[in-house]
Design a protein around this ligand. Structure first.
Ligand SMILES: Nc1ncnc2c1ncn2[C@@H]1O[C@H](COP(=O)(O)OP(=O)(O)O)[C@@H](O)[C@H]1O
Ligand SMILES: O=C(O)C1=C[C@@H](OP(=O)(O)O)[C@@H](O)[C@H](O)C1
Ligand SMILES: [Mg+2]
Length: 169
């Protein structure tokens, strides 16, 4: 099966939708944040505190390159599009899906998501999150083959729309 790669801002549902897609297609999900936590041996929040976001992006880039060998559903982290080399990599893959949502809803979702501490969003004000979000929008758009709006939609509906769009061979 061609891999399906999910990209999008924090709270877009890359982890949640990736899990459901993998169940539906009877395949594996590979979540970059989980892979990274295993590789760095600490939480993402602790890593950001100790080494900063630039260092995190470098490891994320390595994980993206290693993901060529993986089969299934790839849930990236929201910062994957920041590096030009990553955007080029994504543009050359066939099933890259940008999960988008209105900023208000993204903020609402990350604020409610107590299980996941996101250094660039948790405990930030909506205005601070907007500062992170706005410059990234064109980067998600230019990296994706397909765009799926998740605003006010149930995960199950989103999964069906993705399956209508991508090539699952
Ligand atoms: N379509 C949706 N509608 C409502 N809540 C959602 C939806 N998709 C994800 N969520 C919730 O938003 C939060 C962030 O989802 P997550 O899958 O971790 O996003 P991401 O991996 O893109 O940051 C979680 O609490 C999740 O349950
Ligand atoms: O957008 C970002 O810069 C980040 C997104 C997070 O993943 P999710 O998009 O899965 O929340 C995680 O990789 C880290 O906190 C940085
Ligand atoms: Mg995630």
């Amino acid at each position: 099966m061609e891999n399906i790669i999910l990209i999008g801002f924090m709270g877009a549902g890359k982890t949640t939708i990736g899990r459901l897609l993998a169940q539906k297609l009877n395949t594996q999900q590979h979540d970059f944040d989980e892979i990274l936590v295993r590789q760095i041996g600490m939480s993402i929040a602790d890593y950001f505190d100790a080494y900063g976001s630039e260092s995190f992006c470098k490891i994320e880039t390595r994980v993206l390159q290693q993901s060529l060998q993986l089969t299934g559903i790839i849930s990236t982290g929201g910062g994957i599009v920041l590096k030009k080399e990553n955007r080029l990599y994504l543009q050359n893959r066939s099933n890259v899906v940008y999960l988008k949502a209105d900023l208000d809803e993204l903020v609402h979702r990350v604020v409610l998501d107590k299980r996941n501490v996101r250094p660039l969003a948790t405990s930030k004000s909506p205005d601070e999150i907007r500062e992170v979000y706005l410059p990234r929008l064109p980067l998600y758009e230019e990296s994706a083959k397909f765009i799926v709006d998740t605003t006010k939609r149930l995960p199950e509906e989103i999964v069906l729309e993705i399956l209508e769009k991508v090539e699952v061979i």
